[in-house]
Design a protein around this ligand. Structure first.
Ligand code: 6PG
Length: 254
């Protein structure tokens, strides 16, 4: 693992290949979760969707040393975003995490807070999810949830969670979660908003593959224009961002 950058607010770590990326990210995940549980008796995380995290989730479920180390009963699991599909749909981020990890570990069902994206009205789903977050964090009006860990992916267009370039959710400053119309996909998504992501203690981006190289270089090294890319706007105040990437994804970095 090459530490390309290591600072109080941002780390960039490069793994030789996808397998090493999974192993190293799993260790980081376990370290963050254990530290939070020891410090506060509880660890609240938001999982990423898409395809990349599947290998990480499977590794967390299959590595006995990790399974035994993680305080599952103290872990509260949320999602960074969801597609507007039922929980058993092939495109569901919930289903992917359930099948790869959550169904394989002793995590109490009450600790799983999935986004009710099966609702025909995406805004209602987002408001239900927001209410569940407020309840789980015992938030007062106007307060933001401080996730211990938010795991994010990176799209080739610089999107993260379901914050896509040019979409309305990027401008949201009050809500915790919103329905976001993604014209690029001709679909509704439900997503955490930037204020929530930027309130996290730790954000970990997991980026793998040559198809992400251009986006990663723009986000990490970009010009002012690139600073407007959704993933480039993830800058947790009083938190840290750790970029866990493999060599293929890092191939366009200077
Ligand atoms: C989703 C994710 C999304 C994902 C990126 C990368 O719901 O798809 O939240 O932000 O992380 O699109 O996706 P891949 O890992 O499939 O490349």
């Amino acid at each position: 693992m090459l530490e390309l950058e290591s600072g109080p607010a941002r780390d960039i770590r490069i793994a030789g290949d996808a397998d090493e990326l999974v192993r190293e990210t799993a260790q980081l995940f376990a370290d963050v979760v254990r530290a939070a549980a020891q410090a506060r008796g509880c660890c609240r995380i938001a999982l990423a969707g898409g395809a990349t995290p599947r290998g990480l989730y499977r590794h967390l479920a299959s590595e006995a040393e990790l399974r035994l180390r993680l305080p599952w009963e103290q872990l509260q699991v949320f999602w960074g975003d969801e597609r507007q599909v039922a929980p058993d749909h092939a495109d569901s981020n919930y289903r992917m995490a359930r099948d790869a990890l959550l169904a394989q570990v002793p995590l109490p069902a009450a600790n799983i807070h999935r986004i009710p994206a099966e609702l025909p009205d995406a805004d209602r789903a987002a408001r239900r999810y927001e209410a569940a977050i407020r309840q789980a964090f015992a938030l007062g009006t106007g307060a933001l949830p401080r996730f211990d860990l938010i795991l994010l992916g990176l799209g080739a267009d610089g999107h993260t969670a379901s914050l896509f370039p040019g979409t309305a959710a990027l401008a949201e400053t009050q809500r915790l979660a919103v329905a976001n119309r993604v014209n690029q996909l001709d679909a509704w998504r439900i997503t955490l908003t930037l204020p929530v992501i930027n309130c996290a203690r730790t954000v970990v981006f997991l980026v793998s593959g040559a198809d992400k190289a251009a986006a990663l270089a723009r986000v990490l090294e970009g010009t002012d224009e690139a600073a407007t890319l959704p993933a480039a706007r993830v800058r947790p105040r009083g938190g840290r961002v750790i970029w866990m990437v493999d060599a293929a994804a890092a191939s366009a970095l200077a």
